[in-house]
Design a protein around this ligand. Sequence first.
Ligand code: HEM
Length: 608
Amino acid sequence: MSIPPGVSFVLRVLLVLCFAPACVVTAASLLWRTTLLTIPTSLVIFLAVISTPLAICVRVSYRQWKYQRAAARLGAILPPRWAGKRLGNLDLTKQMLQTMKTGYTADFAWKAFNNLGNTVQINILWDTSYMTCDPNIIKCVLATEFNNYEKGDIFKQQMASVLGTGVFNSDGWHRAMTRPFFNKDRISHFELFDRRSVQAIAKMTERFRSGYAVDFQDLVSRFTIDSATEFLFDSCVDSLQQPLPYPHNGRPTPFAQPAGAPVALAPSRAEAFATAFMRAQIVLAERATMGRIWPLFETRKNRTDEYMCVVNEYLDPILKDALRRKEMASSEGGVSGDKQSDDIDGETLLDHLVRLTSDPVVLRDEVLNILIAGRDTTAGTLTFAVYFLCMYPEVFKRLRAEVLENVGSRGRPTYADIKEMRYLRAVINETMRLYPVVPFNIRLSINESTLPNPDPNGKPFYVPPKTMVTYTVFGMHRRKEYWGPDADEFDPDRFLDERVAKYLTKNPFIFLPFNAGPRICLGQQFAYNEMSFFLIKLLQHFSAMQLAPEAAPPESLPPAEWASTGWGRKRFERFWPKSHLTLYSNGGMWVKMTEADGLGKDGLAVDI
Ligand code: HEM
């Protein structure tokens, strides 16, 4: 059990707060000793008490003055300030946390952008940070001025107890370690996708046949974690072999279950891992929202510890097994010790990492980071894609026609098929536009710099060194000024018709589901292939699908008042998007599907 992060934080803060009073007392005592001049005790106490607030005021004012001067020197200005109503703007932090718990994604940011513009300055506890959804600014941060923006210490400290020093949480060599695994040959693991999607679809079919809705989010998370663990570690967690959850209102009674079926099942290791992993990520998202003061809320314990015990219990055997294989290989005269090599043929990512290092902590961190990357992202996107296919039957119909035309009702899609299917790609892109699974991200400036002002006549925005820049792709993907007046509508054709030239070609940075620049997602092609493959199989097998909100826990559905008080899609969306590190649907995505006519005698369009 680690020391709670709040303890050292509080000690540091106390030390800083006591500094000014200590100076006052020391000065008074020095004065008395050297000149025998006595200052009344009451005055010393008074000065000591006001010294800290005074010092803070002086420091804050000096910093503001310094920034204004530096901005003027560079011919720049500071972005408009989003002012709160409470001391230190702590009410803004409260609003952000509230949004995470009871609101719609980016609620608080949306209001600020509408009122002040697409880049705003936020000063929580007098610390300057920026929030933006402006593509030109995001372009600078991620690409053109990449060298001046890093993940930074604050983000790393917030994430360290879960992500460690893995690729998501580090600046430097980690990317080079994993990159070789995402070249074209490796990503085309269609045989793997085929096996796993057949298994997943068979599982759904069985449940639909017994008259129940299925939580598609749960199912597809099993599909992606089984695929990811097999692809990355050659050690599948087989979560698809576990029973699926039942709707909250439709759990069969023990008598209704088939003879011999277990009445109550303990969660599998994979399920316990997935739940603990999700809770740990929720803590991380809350920390990110609180900014620098997050440790104040963890003075008794590190809130991720209990979840990480479960996560580690799950991962340790996989890692130990890989290390044992390495030892055996070296004792048989194979690879010896840690070494760099580009020979990756036939290796899993874990085998490759194990050849580079035997450090169990580095291995664990790297593996966990890639698991987050590979599981929740594609699972989330597929969940939202199925949601849209349920909501828009005409899109479903057109996509299914494309699938049947290109691959037939039973064929196995190839890489070439997927490349041909332009409407499929458009549906996936449009899904990621409205629900990019990484809705917010953060970078920290290294040196002072400027960022472009959207007003062509305006001065650029000054960025002080060590300034946190939060950018929201979720916000950017829905702004009408970048996507046109129909930005809130789900319309895959915007990726095919004249709107491509009008909006996207003119500024490709308006669409960034995978990030951009030197740290663009390494698994982008893998993800497109995996998602396309799964959707093709799904549409071969099912001829209709619909949402089943009655199967979801009622408290997980969007609050009724959103219909009148919400903005944009919030008014009519039929699920509640929430986010930890990635976006997901609160309470799952419960659906019903109809099997296609003319299936084989096994009833399946997929060969099992
Ligand atoms: C729909 C699917 C996916 C989306 C939308 C997505 C999106 C992203 C985004 C936004 C980042 C940048 C994170 C940051 O800068 O903090 C990222 C990074 C990354 N992604 Fe993905 N991702 C997806 C699937 C995958 C898959 C399937 C894998 C691997 C199996 C993967 C591997 C990675 C890795 C290794 C990084 C870190 C790159 C770096 O920081 O240098 N991603 N992804």
